[in-house]
Design a binder for this molecule. Structure first.
Ligand SMILES: C[S@@+](CC[C@H](N)C(=O)[O-])C[C@H]1O[C@@H](n2cnc3c(N)ncnc32)[C@H](O)[C@@H]1O
Length: 388
């Protein structure tokens, strides 16, 4: 997927503290990978984007599905409760969210999950979150459920697992390679003193990742093609899937992305105050994301011994779980203004020209077909979404 975003960067006098750190880092180490740039921009312990702010909502930089409609979290709560029942109602069970933002999704899903007798008593809640600012917001919203926090998946306590991740994987760093007349070269980020801005340069050696060498009929890609991979995303998925295969559980991954077997295209994008900006403009002060390669995640889960379902489109998934019925029930109890807002929220999440198609849902289980998916959803078509 190509995005024609501006690549130019600001002048040195307007540099963020993080931009200055990156400039010095490049001066010392030489050009850095896109993953290193993204990792620092989002997660630097002092000046990283997520370290230093709450970016979500109308007054921030972007809005997410749970912030748009409570129905999103409620339906996911029912999905998780059903997965728990399918597992034989184990107690305790680890309930985990990766990147919980302000805790809205978790609060909504726990409220709905309470409808399954025994579910709330069985769960032990872990939030995988690196941002101290967002941990604070989560602590306030979720204190009744006594959450614990982890900085990485490896810290989640052992046992059967129920996991949800909404817009988490798109925040994990990617690497990029570009097809040149001399073959594939890695894109690196450099700094030009002369222009006083960041920009791309290419690696001199041809050292594509194994996945690039294995996964692509790279010879057929036209010159200028960009290929992306997120090694950290694969590593997280590998850990989750191995664990689900060994200890039981179910995971639901929701994000924007593609599911093609061979995806070319530059999807690195930056957003500030709900508008696209250059990825190089204000590192540390703008959100930086890339589309999620669902095909790679699903393959990784299967290779780790778990079953992967989807990806299917978010709109289809929510409708199968009963978004319309839930909307009707809520509308019955609302005044006309609230009813309009509820309907708009569901439309935004499900309509094809809004979030219904771009956003996709992948489920990973130990083998049980999860709610909202069909057995047929286990085999994504090589060149498109696995369902209409
Ligand atoms: C785009 S927000 C999504 C928030 C929430 N899931 C929602 O739907 O509103 C990304 C979340 O992932 C967290 N995050 C980003 N990178 C992370 C990492 N490497 N480890 C743990 N959490 C991370 C952010 O702090 C934030 O909570």
């Amino acid at each position: 997927m190509s995005l024609s975003l501006p690549r130019a960067a600001p002048r040195a006098e307007t540099m963020t503290a993080l931009a200055e750190h990156l400039r010095r880092r490049i001066a010392l180490e030489g050009p850095i990978t896109v993953a290193d740039y993204m990792g620092d921009a989002l997660g630097h312990p002092r000046w990283g984007y997520y370290t230093s702010r709450d970016p979500i909502g109308a007054g921030g930089d972007f809005t997410t599905a749970p912030e748009i409609s409570q129905i999103f979290g409620e339906l996911i709560g029912l999905w998780l409760a059903q997965a728990w029942i399918d597992l034989g109602r184990p107690a305790p069970i680890q309930l985990v969210e990766l990147g919980p933002g302000r805790g809205v999704l978790m609060a909504d899903l726990l409220r709905a999950g309470a409808m399954a007798p025994g579910f709330l008593d069985a769960i032990e809640l872990t939030l995988v979150e690196t941002s101290p600012v967002l941990r604070q917001a989560q602590a306030e919203r979720l204190k009744a459920h006594a959450p614990r926090w982890a900085a990485r998946v490896a810290e989640i306590p052992d046992g059967p697992l129920l996991l949800v991740a909404n817009e988490f994987f798109d925040a994990l760093p990617i690497r990029q390679w570009e097809k040149t007349p001399d073959g594939w070269r890695e894109r690196l980020v450099t700094w030009s003193d002369e222009a006083a801005e960041f920009g791309f340069t290419l690696s001199t050696g041809s050292a594509p990742a194994d996945r690039l060498a294995l996964g692509l009929s790279a010879a057929n890609a036209p010159e200028g093609s960009v290929f992306e991979a997120s090694p950290l995303s694969l590593s997280v998925m590998n850990s989750l899937a191995e664990r689900i295969a060994a200890q039981g559980g179910a995971a639901l991954i929701v994000d924007y992305g593609y599911d093609r077997a061979q995806a070319f295209g530059d999807t690195l994008q930056a957003v500030k105050a709900h508008r696209p900006v250059s990825a190089f403009e204000t590192p540390g002060a703008a959100d930086l994301t890339a589309h999620v390669d669902f095909h790679a995640l699903a393959r990784c889960a299967r290779e780790a011994g778990a079953a992967a379902y989807g990806p299917i489109r978010q709109g289809a998934f929510l409708n199968r779980l009963g978004a319309r019925e839930r909307l009707e029930r809520l509308t019955d109890r609302s005044d006309p203004r609230q009813a309009r807002a509820l309907a708009q929220g569901v439309a935004r999440l499900t309509e094809p020209d809004q979030m219904g198609v771009l956003f996709k849902v992948l489920a990973v289980t130990g083998g049980v077909t999860p709610a909202g998916f069909a057995t047929a959803d286990t085999t994504p078509a090589p060149n498109g979404s696995s369902e209409p």
